[in-house]
Design a protein. Structure first.
Lengths: 471, 416
């Protein structure tokens, strides 16, 4: 664990998040001779995709696959390069002035940087169906984290429900690791094939097509896949015991000990939003994304965004975008060392984004799974149901902030991460607006809940003392 | 619908499907007798009392955002009346009396909870000034008592009275009738009451100009939803009052600062009262949900940004963590800011302005919530009669010309 008391206060660049984008950005900045600090919440660099790549017990490379092991070189490279890396360290604040609040092991610091690259990656889209908060229900991402870091698969009857590339990847990895999956309930909508096929050309030219088909074939050989699922309900009193579903107009039921849900990933935008970066609604990916140019430069001079946190495009694009953000920051700071020109990365990003159109459309989560109704829980921290949210909207709540005071929705420990998109989409649909017009919860530091003691222990610099002590 | 045990029982048995909307969403009419700018607690209370006590029902309350979404929804809901000067004592005590009957008056549970407000003295200066307040208040018939450190701890057991603290507790002034209320409920209760009496509450309607006749008096307001005529205009816009008043060419002796607050994760009841500390600009109470609600000081510079400096929060939390060591391991969940409008003498401005037909109610600084019912009540009377309500009379705008100030810098409880 890093002793953050030893870190310098002022940096040329601070990179938040050590996934593919953060690692690439930090590499460019460090090689360019700029003092660079890479910060990540996890015990080691790698982000979600390369989680525990230097310590995983699953050493048979065929289990987790080439995309996973592609992380070994960047992670080892970063550790061995002399780059300053603060692991197990949370970033709970960043502002337009380049001040970054960090916390590790009860110690809190405020650091400043001339450029902050926010590469906070993605989180899984909320999947609010009946029973999604029962014990025994996890997201596929969480299950994959267990697999990567500890080599764990679930015993008992595992049912996976949802859609998206990660679902198939995880299923294949579990089977290769010796685990079993009882059923996959595929919620991909048949109606999306035709509109998605417009992006097929770009997709076919990418490596995704072959990879995807192979994965699906591998899984389908050994798992019963029920496709065209249009309704889901997780059953159980004390914990999940089964899943009831409708598929192709018929209803069915499967028993389950563990239910894993997933319907795609969305940018993790809390830190960028709290820093004041303007954001926009991405109608193709159905999520908010920060406003930034191709190199990740936001309208705030000191803040750049990179990777899936700037818009979902997969790890190769994230890595390329990290490099581009690193280049932009290094050039802005007049780095003395070598800075790559970024031409191949730019091409890489464009290629990946072209291929992405097909995936985004095909795996566009169905409306019913994004905008729940009735007694399905929307905000799990405060246990607010969809019916209560709808009632609040009908009573005149014009946006997420006002809905808070009607329902407490979004006011719990997750700080709105798990209900933000659902609430925005529900308000938009019911009031006839676009989600962009409705907006997101207003976000502020601390974007990670830190303790009072951590905040109280923050060393005060001269400027801070002058700001509160009056003569 | 009148709320009662009977209606509650009926709804409880029928699945709560019969509760009606609490207020309408009307389109603005071409003109009103009175237009109130700002649908916070003070503005809504003004409209309510105009309709209820003065029979003036052709009233609109215009709100840029949504009702109760400004400082009414952003404060730490402290209610007390232990101010120093006679003028302020009368004003805040008037409000306190109204608080005590407000739920019945509005037929709406505003969750007023007189759990006691304790103000900590950390140095000899604090001790002397608070004792002076205690004496002054008791002479005026307002409850306030002096507690020594042990008594203070008796009243609030989680308080740390170790004499070696950076900010030791040398004693405290306690107003037992002081307490808290649910901020949203206050706005909602007044909105429902005003609406039922015919007041139009128009949300999402930003005032962009004040139109005046050649002879000088106001004729109405330009808004994002078109021109709305008005016989009289009452500006109750807190931190944005100077902006609105400038539209009529009136410069206000106000500075607007961000003021911050934050809450912890919820825990079981540990904090039976409200504790405030002027010296370190910190105040804390526990919400019904169980979250500790912590108020910090104002930023040192003026701003219209509804966020504040982190160093100000840090300064507050440092003291809170020392005074209440049990809070140290609690996580901070949310923080927010509001814009407070502060006058040079820390007392509000209620009354007429140099522009005929234009009235203002502002300058409540960091302590406006506690005054909500009283402020609306006296401002409504002032608007209706075109002469100051006796309690509001000393709080004129021209006191900054005549020099008859009402200095409450010490009682305002947060250093400005």
């Amino acid at each position: 664990m890093t002793d953050i008391r030893q870190l310098a206060t002022d940096w040329d660049a601070i990179v938040v998040g050590a996934g593919p984008a953060g690692l690439a950005a930090a590499r460019v900045l460090h090689s360019a001779g700029l003092s660079t600090l890479l910060i990540d919440e996890n015990p080691a660099p790698g982000g979600q995709i390369w989680r525990a790549v230097t310590s995983t017990p699953l050493l048979d490379q065929s289990v987790l696959g080439l995309d996973y092991w592609a992380g070994l070189e960047p992670v080892r490279g970063a550790i061995g390069s002399g780059l300053a890396i603060a692991t197990a360290t949370s970033v709970w604040s960043a502002d337009r002035g380049g001040q970054v609040g960090i916390s590790c092991n009860g110690v809190t610091r405020m650091l400043t940087a001339k450029r902050v690259v926010i590469a906070t990656g993605a989180l899984e889209r909320p999947f609010p169906v009946k029973g999604w908060t029962l014990p025994g229900v996890l997201t596929v991402g969480a299950a994959q984290g267990l697999l990567k870091s500890s080599g764990r698969v679930f015993s008992g009857r595992v049912v996976i429900a949802g859609c998206g590339p990660l679902l198939w990847l995880y299923a294949a990895q579990v089977l290769r690791a010796g685990g079993t999956i009882a059923h996959i309930l595929d919620t991909t909508e048949a109606a999306q094939f035709r509109p998605a096929s417009r992006g097929l050309a770009g997709f076919a030219l990418s490596s995704y097509l072959a990879k995807g088909l192979a994965l699906m074939a591998e899984v389908r050989r050994r798992v019963q896949v029920i496709s065209r699922v249009t309704a889901l309900e997780i059953e159980g009193q004390e914990r999940a015991t089964g899943v009831r579903f409708e598929a192709r107009g018929r209803s069915g039921q499967v028993a389950a000990d563990v239910v894993l849900v997933h319907q795609g990933i969305v940018p993790q935008v809390n830190l960028a939003m709290a820093a004041g970066v303007p954001y926009r609604w991405d109608a193709a990916q159905l999520c908010f994304a920060p406003v930034a140019d191709e190199s990740g430069q936001t309208p705030l001079a000191r803040i750049l965004v990179a990777g899936d946190g700037a818009g979902i495009a997969g790890w190769e694009a994230a890595s390329a975008r990290g490099t581009l953000a690193g280049i932009a920051a290094a050039q802005a700071l007049g780095a003395s060392g070598p800075v790559p020109n970024g031409r191949s990365e730019r091409a890489q990003v464009r290629r990946k984004l072209r291929a992405r159109g097909f995936l985004d459309r095909l795996y566009r989560p169905a409306d019913a799974f994004r905008r729940p109704t009735g007694d399905v829980i929307v905000c799990r921290c405060e246990e607010v149901t969809a019916a209560e949210v709808e009632k609040g909207i009908d009573l005149g709540a014009i946006g997420p902030a006002q809905l808070k005071s009607y329902t407490r929705c979004g006011m719990g420990p997750c700080q709105g991460r798990l209900c933000g998109l659902t609430v925005t989409e529900m308000i938009a649909a019911r009031r006839g607006l676009t989600p962009g017009e409705v907006g997101h919860y207003r976000l502020r530091a601390p974007v990670k809940p830190i303790t009072l003691a951590e905040l109280a222990s923050l060393p005060a610099d001269d400027a801070a003392v002058r700001a509160v002590v009056r003569n | 619908m009148k709320f009662s045990f009977g209606t509650l029982l009926k709804e409880a048995l029928s699945g709560h499907r019969g509760w009606p909307r609490q207020w309408r969403e009307p389109e603005p009419k071409p003109a009103y007798d009175v237009v109130i700018v700002g649908a916070g607690g003070h503005g809504l209370a003004t409209a309510y009392y105009l309709a209820k006590e003065h029979g003036i029902r052709n009233v609109a309350v215009l709100e840029k955002g949504w009702l109760g979404g400004g400082n009414t929804g952003r404060n730490t809901t402290i209610i007390r009346s232990n101010y120093l000067c006679e003028e302020s004592e009368a004003l805040y005590e008037h409000a306190m009396k109204l608080w005590e009957g407000l739920a019945i008056e509005l037929n709406y549970n505003v969750m007023y909870s007189p759990r006691g407000v304790m103000m900590l003295a950390h140095n000899e200066h604090d001790v002397r000034i608070f004792k002076r307040h205690v004496h002054a208040n008791r002479l005026a018939g307002i409850d306030n008592e002096w507690l020594d450190p042990a008594e203070a701890k008796g009243f609030c057991p989680i308080l740390n009275i170790d004499s070696r603290l950076r900010h030791p507790v040398l004693g405290a002034a306690l107003q037992r009738r002081g307490g808290v209320a649910r901020h949203d409920a206050v706005a909602w209760g007044y909105a429902r009451g005003a609406d039922a009496l015919g007041v139009d509450i128009i949300q999402g309607c930003e005032v962009t100009g004040i139109r005046r006749a050649p002879s000088g008096e106001v004729t109405g307001v330009e808004t994002s939803r078109g021109f709305i005529g008005a016989g009289k205009i009452g500006v109750v816009a807190a931190g944005h009052t100077s902006v609105i008043m400038a539209m009529a060419g009136v410069r206000m002796p106000l500075e607007s600062f961000p003021l911050q607050a934050l809450v912890s994760e919820p825990v079981k009841p540990v904090m039976p009262c409200v504790v405030m500390s002027n010296t370190i600009h910190a105040y804390m109470s526990q919400s019904d949900k169980g979250e500790l609600v912590i108020g910090a000081g104002t930023d040192a510079y003026v701003s219209y940004s509804q966020t504040g400096g982190l160093h100000v929060t840090r300064h507050t939390i440092e003291a809170i963590a020392e005074l209440f060591p049990v809070t140290r391991r609690l996580r901070m969940l949310r923080s927010w800011g509001g814009i407070v409008d502060v006058t040079p003498d820390r007392s509000p401005i209620i009354g007429r302005t140099p522009v005929p037909g234009l009235y203002v109610n502002c300058g409540w600084g960091t302590g406006g919530f506690k005054a909500t019912p009283g402020s609306g009540h006296v401002f409504a009377a002032t608007l209706a009669r075109d002469e100051p309500h006796p309690i509001a009379a000393p709080f004129t705008l021209d006191r900054f010309v005549t020099g008859r100030l009402i200095d409450e810098a010490a009682a305002a409880a947060v250093s400005h």
